[in-house]
Design a protein around this ligand. Structure first.
Ligand code: GLA
Length: 385
């Protein structure tokens, strides 16, 4: 276990022992993710290219012998939530973090799993508001821990689908499958090309001399469910108007012929072009063609800015500064759902010190600080420790 995981493991097991008076039966780790390219394509049956990262959530768990689930959140001063498994858990509006636990247990039950009561401690080290999927890392960790506790065998695709249901049906974000699937299925040193229709998965090796840099803009994502769900409705409306199941099945000629209003056209154009860019980027990454990859990332950012309208000015500036510092061997773009959060940059490993120094000089977060910068090699997906 690396130092970062060890510290998190110590924290979650200490919180568990302090609150419940004994050691947990098992601990599960599920990572956050960074998406290299393919944004807002997952719920349009398209393609995405994320990788799992080092920062993660951990869940420590043991059985109890009544019908109750008791949860303690080490990151919220050991705040507690307790609820019965029958009837199925309902929302706890006073503690939003608890809804991901309740939602996942409810979704597992809906999927036919018989769960026992449990004591659970959770802790994480994903930066807040960075759009690195702390919620998916939590639902996947809670799911895997409860499955293991109950001796239920389940493949990662099914686990991710159930975690997605927890967010869509319980919490109310109409998200796609990307975050949960990469958290469950990530592989060290690889990005994962996901066909979000067939759920065919293709590992794409990232050569050792390539670095992935994540820069948190410091603009935290506020309440983004509204604009996110609106994008989902707009793209579904565009597909329906063209008579296709999803934008995955449309092309730019069909879009031109459909004569939709300007906003709907722009939203659809982003998804249609982003799908092709994602496939091209997977090819470029497999060949370590950083020049081609950089161009695709730049086009993706412009498309998110102008057509999908999910970037913010501070992020546009940060991406421009990253691109300036990197030059043409690599690129940068906003990553994740949008409206704040982090940018992802790809470059030769030999350039990271220069690029980091440049960004720490040119970019300031809204608080006037240098941004949080983390370097990542893709890490493994969720596992029992
Ligand atoms: C969020 C969602 C994902 C995906 C991205 C945008 O992270 O959870 O399903 O739609 O936004 O690509």
């Amino acid at each position: 276990m690396n130092a970062q995981d060890q510290a998190l493991f110590d924290r979650v097991t200490a919180s568990f022992a302090e609150q419940f008076g004994h050691a947990p039966d098992l601990v599960v780790r599920a990572p956050g993710r960074v998406n290299l390219i393919g944004e807002h394509t997952d719920y349009n049956d398209g393609f995405v290219l994320p990788c799992a990262i080092g920062p993660a959530n951990m869940v420590a768990i043991s059985k109890r012998d009544d019908d109750m689930i008791e949860v303690v959140a080490a990151d919220f001063e050991n705040a507690r939530d307790s609820f019965a498994l029958t009837p199925r858990p309902e929302r706890n509006l006073s503690q939003p973090w608890a809804d991901y636990v309740r939602g996942m247990l409810s979704a597992l039950q809906k999927a036919g799993c018989t769960l026992s009561s449990a004591k659970i401690a959770i802790a994480g080290n994903l930066p807040k508001g960075a759009g690195l999927s702390s919620s998916a890392a939590l639902t996947v960790a809670v799911g895997k821990a409860n499955l293991a506790l109950n001796g239920i065998d389940m493949d990662n695709i099914r686990l991710a689908q159930i975690a997605q249901r927890a967010e869509c049906d319980f919490v109310g974000t109409q998200c796609g499958i990307m975050d949960q699937l990469i958290s469950a299925q990530g592989k060290a040193d690889h990005a994962l090309l996901i066909d979000c229709r067939s759920l065919e998965l293709t590992d794409v090796r990232i050569s050792d001399d390539i670095a992935i840099m994540i820069v948190h803009s410091g603009v935290t994502r506020g309440l983004v469910d509204g604009p996110y769900n609106a994008r989902r409705r707009q793209t579904a409306a565009a597909a329906a108007a063209m008579g296709v199941t999803a934008l995955r099945d449309a092309n730019l000629d069909m879009l031109a012929a459909a004569r939709l209003d300007a906003v709907t056209t722009a939203r659809a154009r982003h998804v249609i072009t982003e799908n092709q860019r994602t496939l091209d980027a997977a090819d470029a990454l497999a060949k370590s063609d950083l020049a081609a990859l950089g161009k695709l990332m730049a086009q993706s950012h412009v498309s998110m800015r102008d057509d999908f309208e999910i970037t913010v000015p501070a992020i546009d500036d940060l991406v421009a500064q990253l691109q300036d510092a990197i030059g043409n061997q690599g690129g940068a773009r906003m990553t994740g759902g949008g409206f704040g959060g982090a940018c992802v940059a790809i470059m030769p490993r030999s350039r990271v010190a220069d690029v980091q120094a440049a960004i720490e000089t040119t970019y300031k977060t809204p608080n006037g600080n240098a941004p949080l910068i983390i370097f990542e090699r893709p890490g493994p997906g969720a596992a029992i420790l």
